[in-house]
Design a binder for this molecule. Structure first.
Ligand SMILES: [Zn+2]
Length: 340
């Protein structure tokens, strides 16, 4: 069966629930409650988004999974042992804590951090074993470096997943597509010497981090670029992926490029953001490529604009996953019957 990827968006999402295969998403209430209520970070977005999905007509498209805490060994694959120990023991200095943000820290902040890392790793293991798309309804902590955290990021779940995938999950080539409005500086730096990992970042050049790292492919865009200029670069990213032919995609799908975002400056509409996601998901369907979605940033005021964009992201991801999984099933049926 040849699937035309662009056809999948013609199907009404609400009508395909009878035949869909749900997409696993790792989520825990601690993603919200582990951040202090007085923090400037919009902590409620996780819980509101989960409720929004569960109360929608598309709830059957997504299966919520509860994350375990990542182990120290998982973190040691990519992070500096002294940084890990001092974070876990509550010994980071004031400057280091300020650089991470999310203050004031709660008693459950360490557990929250480890569960987010665990959610990303479980999503990774799922797609490496069963294919398709899965996600973490948090994470995408791309500003974290090997020896320090920054910009709301403690440990870098994308880098840890990339290393885990290539070192122990049989992945030869992993691509990281980072479409958050902020550059994936930590990911680029941590993966620069990892064989089989390709980093791509589309971001606003006038935004944090002000000292940019060097990804394998960087697309710095001007403030106010809007849908057309933004989607052109996404299209170029897909050409790079076409040439690289990865076995796995790690998709940092932050929605802070939205015109309503408080930090983004890029002026992309909700429709533009949805078009972006569908371009990526259509590529995945075409290639039957396994993918993990990392939630990334989103800081609109009111937060409802961010929630809308993340709702679109996860529902469209789930539709694409269902297509891929149904295709995989039909392939294995043919193989079992001696076909090709
Ligand atoms: Zn961001």
């Amino acid at each position: 069966m040849t699937r035309n990827a662009s056809d999948i968006w013609r199907e009404d999402v609400g009508d395909c629930s009878h035949s869909q295969v749900p997409m696993p998403i790792w989520y825990h209430d601690i993603y919200t409650t582990g951040i202090h209520r007085d923090s400037r970070f919009p902590r409620e977005r996780y819980r509101i988004l989960k409720d929004r999905i569960q109360n929608s007509q598309n709830s059957g498209l997504i299966e919520f999974m509860s994350p375990e805490c990542a182990s120290k060994e998982d973190l040691l694959t990519s992070h500096d042992p002294d940084f890990i120990r001092r974070f876990l023991d509550g010994e980071l200095g004031e400057k280091e804590v300020n650089r991470i943000g999310l203050k004031p820290w709660t008693d459950s902040f360490v557990e929250r951090t480890l569960r987010i890392m665990g959610g990303s790793l479980s999503a990774l293991k799922r797609v490496c074993e069963f294919g398709g798309i899965s996600g973490n309804m948090a994470g995408g902590t791309h500003h974290s470096h090997a020896g320090f955290g920054a910009g709301y990021c403690v440990f870098n779940d994308i880098a840890v997943c990339a290393v885990k995938a290539t070192e122990s999950l049989g992945i030869a080539r992993v691509a990281i597509l980072d479409l958050d409005v902020h550059q994936g500086d930590g990911t680029a730096t941590m993966l620069k010497d990892i064989e089989g990992a390709l980093t791509i970042s589309v971001h606003c050049k006038d935004n944090f981090p002000f000292r940019k790292a060097i990804s394998d492919h960087d697309f710095p865009l001007n403030s106010g670029v809007g849908d057309v200029g933004y989607l052109e670069k996404v299209s170029e990213c897909l050409e790079i992926l076409e040439d690289y032919a990865p076995d796995l995609l790690l998709f940092q799908a932050g929605v802070d490029s939205l015109e309503k975002d408080g930090l983004g400056k890029m002026n992309v509409t909700r429709g533009g953001m949805r078009a972006r996601n569908r371009m990526v998901f259509s590529y995945l369907v075409e290639k039957s490529l396994p993918c993990v979605i990392f939630m990334g940033g989103g800081y609109a005021k009111p937060i409802s604009h961010t929630i809308d964009a993340f709702y679109d992201l996860f529902i469209d991801g789930a539709v694409a996953n269902s297509y891929i999984q149904r295709g995989n099933k039909s392939k294995s049926r043919k193989q079992a019957n001696g076909g090709v």
